[in-house]
Design a protein around this ligand. Structure first.
Ligand SMILES: [Zn+2]
Length: 261
């Protein structure tokens, strides 16, 4: 292959590797952000369970105060029973006693339910705290691994930069600027022609161009403007000729065809 083509192809290989590494480097902070977000979410869950627990606590404090009040009220009414004068009065007081006692019982049942909720919350809180701890450890591990990979990638990038500079030295400035313009606008500046097609845009190349490419020339794709070359090392082995089956045509003798345009 022509030396210029070889150098341009090599330059493009290096550019693509640099782009891949740059992309990997850009993706690394995401890993840290994701781990931070997972930790923050677990911390929020833990805080929510914590405040639910203290809400249950204050609920029970209130329930206990109210239970006490109802019991005291019932006791006061019972004391009044000794001094009632009419059966109607006695009945009204009995009713009050029953009501206060029933309220106290109901609140006691509620308090037990609240205690059961708290038990479940305590267990959930323990799990959430364990998760926070484990995610905090994960975050530190990821931070360290990201830092290590960032360093490795920076070393690789520096090596590629060196190689790139060396190859650029070997290419004429006008070809370099042409290459750079194409690479900037198309992503790839130089592509192989294969099966009479540009592998950059998949459009066919004219037979004359194809022949010139096969002679080793560096040309331009009419469709996408990328530089086109042909690599003999990548050419497929010639296929064994296949008998053409043309329905209804019988065994018509095939005319010999000439290669080329
Ligand atoms: Zn093309």
């Amino acid at each position: 292959m022509d030396e210029r083509i070889e150098n341009l192809v090599k330059l493009q290989g290096l550019e693509l590797q640099r782009a891949r590494i740059a992309q990997q480097m850009r993706g690394l902070p995401n890993e840290i952000e994701q781990a931070e977000a997972a930790l923050a979410a677990a911390q929020n869950r833990s805080a929510e369970i914590s405040s639910a627990l203290s809400r249950e606590d204050s609920l029970r404090t209130r329930q206990e105060r109210e239970i006490k009040e109802h019991r005291q009220k019932a006791a006061r009414f019972r004391a009044q029973l000794n001094s009632v004068k009419t059966p109607a009065q006695a009945e009204a007081i009995e009713h009050e006693i029953q009501f206060a006692a029933a309220e106290a019982d109901r609140l006691e049942t509620d308090e037990i339910t609240s205690l059961e909720r708290s038990e479940a919350q305590e267990a959930a809180l323990a799990r959430a705290r364990a998760e926070v701890e484990s995610l905090a450890v994960d975050l530190e591990t990821i931070r360290a691994s990201v830092a290590r990979r960032q360093q490795e990638l920076a070393v690789q990038l520096a090596e590629l930069d060196q190689g790139r500079e060396a190859v650029r030295q070997l290419i004429e400035p006008e070809w370099l600027s042409h290459f750079d313009r194409l690479a900037a606008s198309r992503g790839t500046a130089i592509v192989r022609a294969e099966n009479q097609q540009c592998t950059g845009c998949r459009m066919g190349v004219r037979p004359q161009i194809w022949n010139q490419l096969r002679e080793g020339q560096l040309l331009t794709c009419d469709s996408c403007s990328r530089l086109l070359y042909w690599d003999p090392a990548m050419a497929p082995a010639p296929k064994a000729p296949r008998p053409e089956l043309i329905p209804g045509a019988g065994r018509a003798p095939r005319k010999p065809r000439h290669a080329g345009a």
